[in-house]
Write a protein that binds this ligand. Structure first.
Ligand SMILES: [Zn+2]
Ligand SMILES: [Zn+2]
Length: 186
């Protein structure tokens, strides 16, 4: 089964950092949202501690296009596949495809979950501990609304979709939390 390790739990406040996550599934080594962190070592050292080198990374998934989730893509190999809502990018090849239902491995697939921006996707991972969903639909386990959402109704609708399948949520700017404890935006 796939393994999920949060490399860095993001935050928002005076400063902002994104949650950066490593997913290992079969022969794929996937980094989700290599974005803003206080220093690059905040991503790299936890990888080293897991026995993973940056050159081992085969895929990068971007939850959406904001820099706080993307600025550190180039830490990883130039032939890594970069996945977003509408394409896969490798070197100078832009391979358009919708993300909905795309499977990176039998255990890792993408869902289109817009609302924060029109470009949001969530990464769904089957693990021994249940289904983990990496998503910016929540900023963290405490903040219920998305104050920056371009479409709050879409966020709420897509949260419902995710909660139907998730046991654990890895949010955009915080530590993982149980889906049962997800804050509700009424
Ligand atoms: Zn954003
Ligand atoms: Zn964000």
């Amino acid at each position: 089964m796939a393994q999920v390790d949060v490399l860095f739990a993001g935050y928002v406040g005076d400063r902002v950092a994104g949650t950066v996550t490593l997913v290992r599934s079969g022969d794929r080594v996937i980094v989700v949202d290599p974005g803003m962190v206080p220093e690059r070592a905040a991503i790299l050292q936890p990888m080293f501690d897991l026995g993973v080198q940056p050159r081992d990374v085969t895929d990068v998934v971007l939850s959406h296009h904001h820099p706080d989730h993307t600025v550190n893509i180039a830490l990883f190999p130039e032939d890594a596949r970069v996945h977003d809502h509408w394409a896969v990018y490798t070197r100078d090849v832009w391979d358009s495809r919708p993300a909905e239902g795309v499977a990176l491995t039998p255990e890792v697939r993408l869902l289109e979950t817009p609302g924060h921006t029109p470009q949001d996707i969530s990464t769904v991972v089957e693990t021994d501990d249940g289904v983990v969903v990496l998503t910016h639909l929540w900023w963290n386990g405490d903040i219920a609304p998305d104050p920056k959402a371009v479409d709050g109704d879409a966020v709420r609708r897509n949260r419902g979709r995710v909660l139907e399948i998730a046991s654990l949520i890895v949010p955009g700017h915080g530590a993982a939390f149980a889906a049962a404890d997800a804050p509700v935006w009424t």
